[in-house]
Design a protein around this ligand. Structure first.
Ligand code: ARG
Length: 571
């Protein structure tokens, strides 16, 4: 049952000025359930109704029609507070979760709509660092969340496999490279060469010209350059795939920037035909002064295309191929201008679907204060980071649960999960500071804490069944109605909120809403577990409490999956 809708209907029936939807939007969940389960802040209505908040609240409280789901209504300091009927609420929520299982919270609002999500998109020949992790995991979560709500998703890894940096990479390899060493050491060696190139180019600027010339050769299809370029991609890919394997992330398409080079010509012609291109010292650009943005270079003097050009071509290709409802780009906020610029260009070309292109920016990740930059080589390699987390987790698990069977796999799920969870806990636009102590704390608001709560649910269910099964016995509505203890009610309330939180996460493109909610669910479970003995003699109470454990386990598992985390049954 949607309690906001029920309450809103009842209130709106007494307020001819407002419809139920408007009232529903005003309703809040009071942080302190002692006050009520739902609350209407009447000060938000006093202007429209020309009445003091407390008067409005008292008037509605007096007139409200009774409803079996509502136990009491009270007007307190300008708020209208509703308490739900606990027994009914318990039977209703528990019934819904147990009936729907891992589909609880899903919807069909996205049916028939395709969402293209462009995420991860690392640059070839550069290491995958924790900045890319955010893109990967935010994109992966958005994918799962949309899918859960019925959308068809297309995950695209728009690899940075083209651009002037390949001129530098090829130049560096030709000057100082050793093929065996690159084969052996992979991206690390490629990065070393790339860093060396920048150091040397500072002393000898002619190197920059050489790199530029090599990139033009590559664009023109020079065989040797193409061969080296392909090989560099292969080397990089080996490494990326290791990381995607650890993260358990897959894509539907990995067409990188290079796929679009032969599609940029049509874009340039169309821009020209629509009088959007201006010549500037041999180069071609689109001016955006009117929109308070710097001009966008589309073709360089030497004929080379740019990141923008390829993004525009890719957008046309995706519109034609997928007829997307929305195309979402997940990158650091440093690229906000880039996207605003070329979204504008598509709009100026006359395509109304420009409004369906969405940039999802996120803040920077830093580790102990150090910023991450590839060029200087002071990067934190993600693989190292993940491995360190897995190792430390293995140690903790070995101490906590020495007899656990598949320790290595659990350590991967928890160690990787810890980092991902940390990344997805803060509002994406905020910067993330990485601290080992916080990330791996089994007691804090962390991934391991939530996964541990899930494993604890499983262990209770196993104990009750006396087998390895984590199924709970059936619960009748009468039994479920016994869950009226404040701690039981608090846990039920978090379960009730889950579908709403998932929807909010999709609407705001903000996976952290789910991440934080999972902490609330896990905390409410801990309190319930502490306050209410589960395997009691009373059959009804035991069934109801076991049902609640099963419901918490289900929601934790579903929620963790939505943010890309696994939920081990034992840890
Ligand atoms: N390769 C870029 C980077 O690492 C991100 C690409 C994002 N996607 C796009 N279509 N521009 O910064």
């Amino acid at each position: 049952m949607n309690y906001k809708a029920v309450v809103a209907e009842l209130v709106a029936a007494k307020l001819p000025e407002l419809n139920a939807e408007t009232v529903a939007e005003l309703l809040e969940y009071p942080p302190n359930p002692e006050l009520g389960d739902l609350s209407l802040p009447c000060f938000k209505l006093s202007k429209q109704l020309r009445q003091a908040p407390q008067q409005i609240a008292s008037r509605i409280a007096e007139q409200l029609d009774p409803h079996p789901a509502i136990a009491s209504v009270e007007a307190v300091s300008g708020y209208l507070n509703f308490k739900l009927d606990r027994a009914r609420f318990a039977a209703d929520v528990l019934g819904a979760v147990l009936r729907e299982g891992e589909r609880y919270g899903s919807r069909t609002i996205g049916a028939g709509k395709t969402i293209v999500i462009d995420y991860s998109s690392p640059n070839i020949a550069k290491p995958f660092h924790i900045g890319h992790l955010r893109s990967t995991m935010i994109g992966n979560a958005l994918y799962k969340i949309h899918e859960f709500l019925g959308y068809t998703c297309v995950g695209v890894n728009h690899l940075g496999d083209w651009g002037t940096q390949f001129g530098k990479q090829i130049a560096a390899f030709k000057l100082w490279g050793d093929a065996d060493k690159v084969e052996r050491e992979g991206v690390e060696e490629l990065l070393r060469l790339y860093v060396k190139f920048h150091e040397e180019a500072e002393k000898n600027p002619a190197l920059e010209d050489e790199a530029r010339a090599l990139f033009v050769k590559l664009e023109q299809g020079d065989e040797e350059c193409l061969r080296l370029w392909k090989w560099i991609i292969e080397i990089s890919y080996r490494e990326f795939n290791k990381i995607y394997g650890l993260l358990n992330v897959t894509f539907d398409s990995d067409l990188g920037e290079s796929f679009y080079i032969d599609k940029t010509g049509a874009v340039i012609e169309e821009l020209e035909a629509k009088n959007l291109l201006v010549e500037d010292d041999g180069a071609k650009l689109v001016r955006l002064d009117e929109y308070n943005m710097p001009p966008v270079l589309i073709v360089k003097k030497d004929g080379a295309t740019l990141y923008h050009t390829r993004d525009i071509a890719a957008a046309f290709y995706r519109k034609k191929t997928y007829d997307f409802h929305k195309c979402i780009y997940v990158t650091g906020s440093a690229q906000s201008l880039h996207f605003a610029q070329w979204f504008k260009i598509i709009e100026l070309m006359g395509y109304d679907w420009a409004a369906d292109l969405v940039h999802v920016p996120f803040g920077q990740v830093s580790l102990e204060g150090a910023k991450l930059s590839t060029r200087k080589g002071n990067v934190v390699l993600l693989e190292e980071l993940l491995q360190k987390s897995i190792d430390q987790t293995l140690q903790i698990i070995s101490e906590k649960n020495p007899s656990l069977e598949n320790k290595d796999e659990v350590a991967r799920q928890v160690g990787v999960g810890a980092i991902v969870f940390n990344d997805l806990s803060t509002y994406r636009i905020k910067d993330v500071v990485f601290s080992w102590d916080e990330v791996l704390n089994f007691e804090g608001e962390t991934g391991p804490y939530v996964q541990y709560a899930h494993a604890r649910c499983c262990s209770v269910l196993r104990k009750a069944s006396g087998t390895d099964s984590i199924e709970a016995p059936a619960v009748t509505p009468e039994q479920a109605a016994l869950l009226t203890h404040p701690s039981e009610q608090a846990a039920l309330r978090e379960l009730y909120l889950f579908p709403e939180r998932v929807l909010q996460a999709q609407q705001k493109l903000e996976p952290s809403i789910i991440t934080r909610h999972l902490v609330d669910v896990a905390q409410s479970f801990s309190r319930f577990y502490h306050d209410c003995p589960i395997l009691v003699d009373d059959e009804g109470q035991r069934a109801a409490r076991l049902g609640l454990v099963k419901a918490v386990q289900t929601v934790l598992k579903t929620g963790l999956a939505l943010i890309g985390l696994e939920a081990p049954q034992k840890m």
